[in-house]
Write a protein that binds this ligand. Sequence first.
Ligand SMILES: Cc1cc2nc3c(=O)[nH]c(=O)nc-3n(C[C@H](O)[C@H](O)[C@H](O)COP(=O)(O)O)c2cc1C
Length: 317
Amino acid sequence: MQNRTLRLNEILHIRYPVIQGGMANIATGSFAAACSNAGALGLIGTGGMDEAMLRREIARCREITDRPFGVNIMLMHPEAAAFVRIVCEERVPVVTTGAGNPGQYMEAFKRAGIFVMPVVAAPILAKHLEELGADAIIAEGCESGGHVGEMTTMTLVPQVCDAVTLPVVAAGGIADERQLRAAFALGACGVQIGTCLLASTECPIHENYKAAILAAKGSDTVVTGRIGGTPVRVLKNRMSRAYVKAEKEGADREELERFTLGALRRAVFDGDVREGSLMAGQVCGQVTRIRPVAEILRELCGDGIETDRERAGGKQS
Ligand SMILES: Cc1cc2nc3c(=O)[nH]c(=O)nc-3n(C[C@H](O)[C@H](O)[C@H](O)COP(=O)(O)O)c2cc1C
């Protein structure tokens, strides 16, 4: 079990207490390596990949960085079991899991010496995963971009901290130093960020997607799939407005899936900001410039964090 007084950077042996969230179709090996080189933990996102791609992206990441990195496995992915086998064979140092319960894979991860951090949206799952051998928990509030639960980061993080003895990482709604400090105050040892990294120089999304993030205000996101399917936070556009309207009118799952099929890829690769799924969190309202990842991390973490810890004599401030 990890000591709760340690910060995430100390636990993972990285510079900043920050994880780059594994983003489907976006977080390639090169992007993860850029984030690791800049001092965060970079994650390769398996969403949108097949087995060969994952092997290739892990190799690419290792070519570019010798720092720790990880892989995010979305458990609802049809090839999730194969991805688990690959990360174990490749001895990837860290795995995060999303959209479900990784219990059935925990023994394999442990045998391979992998540090496992499941993403949870509710305290009860965190408790269960601690019993199954998770090493840390990522508590993701519904302000975040992508798949969301019901609880906010403000309510979820302290309740997860109370439910488990493991280190807890806060995700959802974090893009500057005020929010990082708030996460520490809630009991987290670090943060996972996604939306603010979409507006980085290194992020391999279409320029139109980046421009839409810069233009968006904090109230410009909406959750599709709250009623009829899987809830996902995206920017408001023609597709998401039509989706929500159809949902309210009682469209069935099959009909709704037609809106989202391939929609993230349309946004990421084609730059279709009308019909694409522009996944983004509410912090988009704070993101106003495209900057290198290193600058985003430096500003997020500020100069004060190390000083605070030193001042506190090594205890969490
Ligand atoms: C475009 C996009 C795609 C995402 N895809 C995934 C994913 O495939 N797997 C996952 O666990 N989380 C995914 N997330 C969530 C992020 O990993 C991260 O937890 C979240 O973005 C943090 O909240 P923030 O967006 O407010 O920074 C995605 C987020 C975004 C913005």
